[in-house]
Design a protein around this ligand. Structure first.
Ligand code: ZN
Length: 255
């Protein structure tokens, strides 16, 4: 199994080496370490350089948009030269927290879409309470997103799901699918093309049932995988095989 979205560099993860070994022991073969600002992008690249099964994304999350300056794109570009950087992310819009103004979030997001296009890398998207502006930007910039888009923790409408699948985009699903109030995410799983679905944990956040309230880890990706297998009425093996194939295709790990 591949955990396509884990913040291994988060301070809540006390011993990342043990966390990674535990994941390997539980059958997780690769982990994509997601970033949210320049500092933890550097940290993600360091961990990926150190540990073979870890890959990194680099990028500035909308919650960190205030940290963006005229130098940021150059620095991200420099980091992305590393072979183990497999995507620009997580980038996008967050109108739930709105730590930065909407205009600044959009500017920082679009600058990084253009960066991904320059570097021929896919992007990993974060979006919360911003569906309208998000889909508008994706429509407008879809030609600059031809190396791939994965919307992580996808929880938008089925109409938007249909539209982004038409664009060739992917989604990743994590612990939320195990929650008892996960009606929308369950419908998303049922309506998604299985060849565009990937697994994630969003470590250290969003621990699945029955581990809610604990610090999440990549080894827990199996709980979401089991729940998705149950919803789709197929075997866990099949989910493992298909989502692994999808992640290998999307991230092109051996670039
Ligand atoms: Zn994340």
């Amino acid at each position: 199994m591949i955990d396509t979205h884990a913040h291994l560099q988060d301070e809540m993860i006390k011993d990342y080496k043990k966390t990674i070994t535990d994941a390997n022991d539980a059958g997780v073969s690769k982990i994509v370490c997601a970033s949210s600002n320049l500092e933890n992008s550097k940290r993600a690249v360091d961990i990926a350089n150190e540990i073979a099964c870890v890959y990194a994304t680099v990028g500035i999350h909308p919650e960190d948009a205030n940290s963006y300056n005229s130098d940021s794109i150059m620095q991200l570009k420099q980091l992305a030269k590393n072979k183990k950087v497999v995507a620009i992310g997580e980038i996008g819009l967050d109108y739930y927290h709105e730590f930065a103004s909407r205009d600044l979030q959009k500017e920082v997001f679009i600058k990084q879409i253009e960066l991904a296009n320059d570097l021929k890398l896919p992007v990993v998207l974060h979006t919360r309470d911003a569906s309208g502006d998000m889909i508008e930007i994706l429509r407008k910039y879809k030609n600059k997103l031809s190396c791939g888009v994965c919307i992580h923790c996808f929880n938008m409408s089925l109409e938007i799901l249909k539209e982004i699948l038409n664009y060739g985009f992917y989604i990743s699903i994590g612990g939320i699918v195990t929650f008892s109030n996960a009606k929308n995410v369950i419908e998303i799983v049922k309506n998604c093309d299985i060849n565009r679905l990937m697994l994630e944990t969003d470590t250290p956040y969003l621990s699945p049932v029955p581990l809610r309230g604990t610090i999440n880890e990549p080894k827990n990706v199996v709980f979401s995988a089991k729940r998705i297998a149950e919803i789709l009425n197929i075997s866990l093996n099949e989910i493992d095989e298909i989502t692994t194939k999808n992640a290998n295709r999307f991230f092109n790990f051996n670039r």
